[in-house]
Design a protein around this ligand. Structure first.
Ligand SMILES: NC(=O)c1ccc[n+]([C@@H]2O[C@H](COP(=O)([O-])OP(=O)(O)OC[C@H]3O[C@@H](n4cnc5c(N)ncnc54)[C@H](O)[C@@H]3O)[C@@H](O)[C@H]2O)c1
Length: 241
């Protein structure tokens, strides 16, 4: 495996995946809408990496990302569809802008990446793997996080559909569903409304106390990819709790 594309690479899990991929000698295409943080991650990697500022909600920008990736490296082996956001609140009080933003990023962003990259990966007619990031929250609902739960359940559904579609096409491209448990990152930093402030403080505390670091988490993901796993659930014990 030589080239990986990672969305949401400026922080948390995406940045950890980038550092681990670099340590394996992979070349990298890193995308995020946080241009400054993205550049900092890319500049500190010990590999050839391009940083492409991209808002995954913007289909044209994601198409441009795919063009940049193929122009630079000619082929892609791994595609981490990782960018995501988490909002909290009472499901009936979360405003429509916040609901729409979760849908646009967590579902629309993943679909934009698939739309831009999958036809090119299939046309290349060589083995490649797409890793769509859901969450353990894509199997278990949580109160106060309805937009997150709903969009992460959707990623499980979309990814399962892709498995059948790629198999029907007899493609060499495969897909995995990544469902992280707690990993220390910025995902819970979004301002919480008054009703959920206490809940989010508890959640952040649990992540700080029990969460893996992105650099502990990334090797587990790559080990699962190496095995060819469809379900990548590095912390399965969370599903039993
Ligand atoms: N950290 C956890 O405990 C955890 C658990 C389960 C699932 N996840 C999932 O892992 C993925 C990575 O999250 P993380 O925990 O590293 O969070 P994070 O906030 O540290 O990183 C997410 C990155 O995505 C980027 N991003 C957000 N919206 C974007 C957009 N529209 N366009 C481009 N980039 C955008 C952010 O700028 C950020 O750099 C997310 O999909 C998240 O839902 C995280």
């Amino acid at each position: 495996m030589t080239v990986a594309v990672i969305t949401g690479a400026a922080s948390g899990i995406g940045a950890g995946l980038a550092r681990h991929a670099a340590s394996l000698g992979m070349k990298l295409v890193l995308a995020d809408w946080d241009e400054g943080a993205l550049k900092e991650v890319a500049d500190n990697l010990s590999t050839e990496a391009i940083a492409v500022p991209t808002d995954v909600r913007d289909e044209a920008a994601v198409q441009a990302l795919a063009l940049s990736a193929y122009d630079q490296f000619g082929e892609i082996d791994l595609l981490f569809n990782n960018a995501g956001v988490l909002s909290s609140g009472l499901s009936w009080e979360i405003d429509s802008t916040t609901w729409q933003r979760s849908v646009d990023i967590n579902i629309g962003g993943v679909v934009n990446v698939m739309r831009s990259f999958v036809p090119r990966l299939i046309a290349a007619d060589r083995p490649a793997r797409i890793i769509n990031t859901s969450s353990v929250g894509g199997f278990l609902t949580s109160p106060f996080m309805a937009p997150y739960s709903a969009t992460k359940f959707a990623i499980v559904a979309i990814t399962e559909a892709m498995v059948g579609e790629l198999a029907a096409l007899d493609s060499k491209v495969q897909v995995s569903l990544l469902a992280p448990g707690p990993v220390k990152s910025a995902i819970m930093d979004e301002h919480a409304p008054a009703q959920t402030a206490k809940f989010m403080t508890v959640m952040r505390g649990m992540n700080d106390e029990h969460g893996m670091t992105p650099d502990e988490f990334a090797p587990l993901v790559f080990a699962a990819i190496e095995r060819g796993d469809y379900w990548i659930v590095p912390q399965p014990e969370i599903l039993d709790s």
